[in-house]
Design a protein around this ligand. Sequence first.
Ligand code: SF4
Ligand code: SF4
Length: 357
Amino acid sequence: MNRTAILKCASYDLDIVKSTLEEIIANTEFPDVEGKSVLVKPNILSDSSPEKAITTHPAVIEALVMILKERKASRILVGDSPGMQTGHLNPKASGIADVVKRTGAELADFMTSTRIHQIGKLRIPMTAVLDDADVVISAAKFKTHQLMYSTGVIKNLFGTVPGLNKSPLHLKARKPEEFATLILSIFHEAHVDYALLDSIIGMEGPGPSNGRPRNIGLLIGGANPYAIDKAEATIMGYDTVPIIRKAEELMPGCTATEFPFLKPEDLTIRDFKKIESGITVKSLFISNLISKIGFGKDRRHYPEFQHDICRKCRKCINVCPAKALTLSNDKVTIDKNKCIRCYCCHEMCPFDAIKVK
Ligand code: SF4
Ligand code: SF4
């Protein structure tokens, strides 16, 4: 049986993070990296400061890179592709570019070259950097997510689909269940060997970019990503979340693991601010069933624009896969007949001007 290590980690002090990470690695199935090319995939959703808890903290990436070097990895690549990325990635504000420079790792540019992956009927461009890596490590952030309720080490691999190539995929997978299946397929194609969840300071409320930092005080790691994301959901207080429910349906037993240290059920945060959705996970299943047979109503909320906060930067308009947004009369206006409630606009708004409730 694989093992998933959940350890207390009270701060982002590099020595503390590194020693905690070493203990996690020593007690889980960490891959042999000697002489190998390793891709570390942090979450750099928007290149914002670590205090905002949107991105994987640079101390976690630095500690991981140091350990990979000690274990004689031949090449260490660090890369991501946020949703709005168009040019070369240089994540300065998040501190990750500095870590890369300081440690002698390489910043991997996911935009330079892609390879098409045929997933069912979908042709999905994913970064060719994946093909150069012998070992892939997902290093994600403990955060809520408006559509998937939580975002963890599995959803993190959506960033291997470069920049705005992600948007049309939302049109092909409109319902949460369909999107969860798509995310699992992309994750499967990325062949992740190991995963870490930076849960020292996580995010609660309207994540993944506009929630509030919340002290969780944990670092989680292991070779079973399904177990890690299930543990995250349990700590947040969910019975389940769409990606894990779909994973357990498609791969029964995939979340089975041993917890040699702390156990997620003992760590549930009773007052954690989960995503307030129009429907619960249980009723989501019923809702999907009803919509399949042709009646009933999907009660997910539409995004609401706070015009007094909006700075008219157009990021939401540019990312919207359904072309449901326009700037008219100096205001962002939504066409609800077009909106598929993917919440990409909410995720990309840098000024928290969009609410979903
Ligand atoms: S992304 Fe936010 S601030 Fe920018 S135009 Fe849209 S709502 Fe306004
Ligand atoms: S308006 Fe927002 S939620 Fe609706 S389709 Fe566009 S990006 Fe998605």
